[in-house]
Ligand binder design. Structure first.
Ligand SMILES: CC(=O)N[C@@H](CC(=O)O)C(=O)O
Ligand SMILES: [Zn+2]
Length: 315
């Protein structure tokens, strides 16, 4: 036992998976994972069992986001407990398989960490996605990664919203963490995006190795962007889109959007302004995969999270 009371002692995090191809057209994660499946030297760390894994191989083969339904929304209690009958949607079947291999979700047998590698068509740069503001291990990890990446920025998106949170593939693990790097078109590999993702993952694995070796991480704070609201495109009565993201907003992910700022440009040249009372920080602006989800961008607010000091509990 530590003589200090302010250090949280956490269970060691030994089993770590790296998922690529949760969406079959996001090429950086797919390429990195396939590379590491062939030669894992780069991702090996002392005291860690690391498994690179293609999560939606059929979608990867077709270079499409999904076959029947979005795998990264499929890890609901209903899907995971559905009986194994013929005719299940491919991704529901796959979610059940992944839950058996890396879960079970919510149980003590689950993998410790799943890094899920994604690309966005939005100009978000390097982003880490968290699902909980109270996961000390993940908060300390993103703090470590942000520091290691400096002077390059690495934003943290906190998706903890009661209605907007979704049942991700990584949610099977005790410590789920998403990596979202852009801009990169679907089906395209860009070297800068590929290299950023590779560097973030290197730092993430280093953190994990240090933690398991017994290193103590001091208290820290993390600047995050907390998911607030989904904004849809303007539509006509038939549901067809009538406007585009305004040129002043396009590519301005993470930059403040104030009341009265341009938001959309209609096809007939009219500007639609943002009318919310508070300043928000938009992200996933004009993400290609979100047209089908009726989402032009996500608004977030800034928040500073504090994390206790942590170290591994001695057995
Ligand atoms: C563009 C994209 O696929 N983004 C991911 C974000 C995440 O992993 O939470 C998704 O919607 O599933
Ligand atoms: Zn994705």
């Amino acid at each position: 036992m530590s003589s200090r009371t302010n250090v949280s002692c956490l269970h060691e995090a030994k089993r770590v998976a790296i998922f690529g191809g949760t969406h079959g057209n996001e090429m950086s994660g797919i390429t990195l994972v396939n590379m590491w499946k062939q030669n894992s030297a780069e991702i090996e760390r002392n005291g860690l069992l690391i498994k690179p894994f293609i999560s939606n191989p059929k979608a990867v083969e077709k270079c499409t986001r999904y076959i029947d339904t979005d795998l990264n929304r499929a890890f609901t209690p209903e899907n995971l407990s559905a009986p194994d009958v013929e005719g299940l949607l491919y991704e529901v079947q796959r979610a059940k398989e992944i839950n058996r291999m890396f879960g079970h979700k919510g149980s003590s047998d689950a993998y410790d960490v799943i890094f899920d590698l994604h690309n966005t068509t939005s100009n978000m740069g390097s982003t880490l996605i968290l699902e909980s503001s109270t996961d000390l291990f993940n908060l300390q990890m993103v703090h470590y990664i942000k520091k290691a990446m400096a002077p390059h920025t690495c934003s943290v998106l906190l998706n903890e919203h009661p209605q907007l949170k979704y049942s991700t593939t990584r949610s099977v693990a005790k410590h789920p963490i998403g990596l979202e790097v852009g801009p990169q078109p679907q089906g395209v590999l860009r070297s800068n995006v590929f290299e950023s993702m590779r560097t973030i993952l290197k730092h993430a694995l280093d953190f994990n190795e240090f933690f398991n070796s017994g290193v103590e991480f001091p208290p820290c704070t993390v600047d995050v962007f907390r998911v607030q609201e989904r904004m849809d495109y303007p539509r006509d009565t038939n549901g067809n889109i009538t406007a585009m993201v305004h040129p002043h907003l396009q590519d301005c992910d993470w930059e403040p959007l104030n009341r009265g700022d341009p938001m959309f440009l209609t096809f007939d040249g009219r500007t639609i302004l943002y009318e919310g009372a508070n300043t928000v920080y938009p992200t996933f602006i004009n993400e290609a995969a979100y047209y089908e989800k009726q989402q032009a961008f996500t608004t977030t607010c800034r928040e500073i999270l504090a994390a206790n000091a942590i170290r591994k509990a001695f057995k």
